[in-house]
Write a new protein. Structure first.
Length: 49
């Protein structure tokens, strides 16, 4: 990449999100990362709208 800045990565604990976060950090981006908590993996906790 040719530039740097600030970025928020959602799903950073997954394979794709984690790799994107690592590459951006390596390219001097300021990375903030979010991941889903273990309790959200329970289907009963999912939003049903």
């Amino acid at each position: 990449m040719n530039s740097s800045g600030k970025v928020l990565i959602l799903g950073a604990s997954g394979g794709i999100g984690g790799e994107v976060a690592r590459r951006l950090v390596a390219d001097n981006w300021q990375v903030r990362a979010l991941k889903r908590g273990a309790q959200m993996r329970d289907p009963k906790m999912a939003y049903s709208g």
